[in-house]
Write a protein that binds this ligand. Structure first.
Ligand code: PEP
Ligand code: MN
Length: 337
């Protein structure tokens, strides 16, 4: 449940309510808005049954929160969360574009890509060093060597870097290099990994699971936020449906649904959603129009030779064309590239 305080409630009144909650062994989450403070209760609210909080000074009303995710819930935190990744803010005025290869293949491939995407207007460099491949015989990633190239690319271009982590060992290594951890679709409900990612304090890009409902996805985010790490960005990357013309089906409606249910920023990945290069740009346009906070787009110097996800990767020219085309749409939506 949440306790909504009256506009401009006194600090002592807020403190009193917080103390009552904590005395019952519960956690009180304070969200200070411009005028109204909301106190969210995390834990067994039955422990407050004998308290009529509504009678306390400056309390406006008590609202039950039926969803199992609390800290990721918009009711607990009505203001949108802004997540800082290096010098880039996601969820603010900038429409943030992350781009780069599916997998880091070599230093040269990565540095060439980093410079090209920066020139085209991207803000964050992505690159997989630990690849969760469907087949155990497919390329699994360069691991730490790949991370050293990512770091070098950041040093050369100034772009912050995001890399997927697939295990606790990978987290231990990645924290020494990256600005943001990525939890991939296949690990969205790997709760131990979510908790460990949360504990690092680094921003986390949480992709939607292959067949996860929005409720399951927000509960996964809750695992990270519950570790004291509110820096979570959600990424819609398509879900499994009966349709086979595309690799997955992009659930574009996830954006307004998430905006209604959560304060966390959400970006769209039309590359993994479609698996088809030609469909990436139209869905990037749709992502801007539907109100997403950014995009993740796979790019490669020569997609026909890519070690993974070549068919959905854009060439640098195609990527530049995409950013050029969505720029006026971004302005129309009140953001900047
Ligand atoms: C990726 O972004 O490299 C990736 C593997 O994506 P997903 O987890 O969405 O399949
Ligand atoms: Mn990929």
């Amino acid at each position: 449940m949440i306790i909504v305080m009256k506009p401009n409630a006194k600090q002592e009144s807020i403190k009193r309510i917080k103390e009552i909650i904590e005395l019952k062994g519960l956690y009180a989450h304070i969200s200070d808005g411009d005028q109204v403070t909301i106190i969210g209760v995390v834990g067994d609210k039955g422990k407050l049954m004998d308290q009529n909080l509504e009678i306390y000074e400056d309390v406006d009303k008590i609202v039950p929160v039926t969803e199992s995710y609390k800290l990721a819930n918009k009711k607990f935190h009505p203001e949108p969360t802004k997540v800082k990744v290096g010098n880039v803010t996601i969820g603010g005025d900038t429409f943030v574009i992350m781009s780069g290869p599916c997998a880091v293949e070599s230093k040269e491939q990565l540095l060439t890509t980093a410079h090209a995407i920066k020139k085209a207007g991207a803000h964050i460099l992505r690159g997989g060093a630990y690849k969760p491949r469907t087949s155990p015989y497919a390329f699994q990633g360069l691991e730490e060597e790949g991370l050293t190239y990512m770091k070098e690319a950041r040093e050369e271009t100034g772009l912050p870097i995001v890399c997927e982590v697939t295990s606790l060992d990978a987290i231990e290594v990645a924290v020494k290099y990256v600005d943001m951890l990525q939890i991939g679709a296949r690990n969205m409900q790997n709760f131990y990994l979510l908790k460990e990612a949360g504990k690092t304090g680094l921003p986390v890009l949480l992709k939607r699971g292959l067949a996860a409902t929005i409720d399951e996805w927000l509960n996964a985010a809750e695992y990270i936020v519950a570790e004291g790490n509110p820096n979570v960005v959600l990424c819609e990357r398509g879900i499994r449906t009966f349709e086979t013309a595309t690799r997955n089906t992009l659930d574009i409606s996830a954006v307004p649904v998430i905006k209604a249910k959560s304060h966390l920023p959400i970006i769209i990945d039309p590359s993994h959603a479609t698996g088809v290069r030609d469909y990436v740009k139209p869905l990037a346009r749709a992502s801007v129009a539907v109100g997403a906070d950014g995009l993740m787009i796979e790019t490669h110097p020569d997609p026909s030779r890519a070690w993974s996800d070549g068919p959905q990767s854009l060439t640098f020219d195609e990527f530049e064309d995409l950013t050029y085309e969505i720029d006026p749409l971004i302005t129309f939506m009140g953001k900047n590239l």
